[in-house]
Design a protein around this ligand. Structure first.
Ligand SMILES: *Cc1c(COP(=O)(O)O)cnc(C)c1O
Length: 215
């Protein structure tokens, strides 16, 4: 059995003690399809990518063959790539501006597709990070509603090198406040903590596929 599958099974086992267990988004960015295939053959269907162009090259063809693949865009999205993103991804985790909301709505209309969206919250108020600030959150949700985008929950990336738990708790509080069903939080280093706090979607890359050469 390949390492990738062993890694995946270990993670699933760790999560099986949590009820309900979150969905594992296998983050396959930078890895070629040849690395990913064994996991698909193993039966996993949920994958995450952070770049539209890379994902398009990697997944367009296979998505037509394996109909129940579920693709998640977890990286920042420029509004000029909204249409390509809506075409390929079932979920987009990085909604964070009105401009993007408008382009996504336009893309859904043009393509006759409905997708699911997480709003990315800049939970640590970091200048360099994507995501909407907490104070602008309710107005962005209202915009999503008026443009008929289906918002399923919030997504966050806590500040690097700090305890993620307080940030997960904050996201959980917001999710509850706005009555949203899903939460996208937890990565290789902290997915178990996130899952224990009710994350519905953990985004796991290196712990499944190994370390990435570059980004
Ligand atoms: C790359 C990435 C992940 C996965 O990171 P790992 O630490 O390798 O698990 C999760 N979320 C986002 C937004 C990412 O860009």
């Amino acid at each position: 059995m390949s390492n990738i599958i062993q890694n995946f099974i270990k993670i699933s086992d760790d999560l099986s003690f949590i009820s309900p267990a979150p969905t594992i988004i296998a983050v396959s960015k930078t890895f070629p399809l040849s690395h990913i295939q064994p996991l698909i053959q193993h039966g996993h269907r949920v994958f995450g990518e952070n770049k539209v162009q890379e994902a398009k090259q990697k997944w367009s063809e296979i998505k037509n063959t394996i109909k129940d693949l579920e693709l998640h865009l977890i990286g920042g999205l420029q509004s000029n790539k909204a249409k390509e993103a809506v075409k390929l991804f079932d979920y987009i985790h990085s909604v964070d501006s009105l401009k993007l909301v408008k382009e996504l709505a336009k893309a859904e209309e043009t393509l006759l597709l409905k997708r699911k969206y997480f709003i990315q919250v800049n939970i640590g108020n970091e200048k360099q990070k994507n995501g909407v600030s907490e104070e602008n959150l309710s107005s962005l949700i209202e915009s999503c509603n008026s443009y008929k985008l289906k918002v399923v929950g919030f997504m966050c990336i806590p500040p690097f090198n700090s305890d993620a738990v307080p940030f997960f708790l904050e996201l959980k509080k917001l999710n509850k406040q706005f009555g949203l069903p899903m939460m996208s939080m937890g990565m290789s280093s902290d997915f178990l903590e996130a899952a224990k706090l009710g994350s519905t979607h953990v985004r796991i890359g290196s712990k499944i596929f190994g370390s990435r050469a570059s980004q």
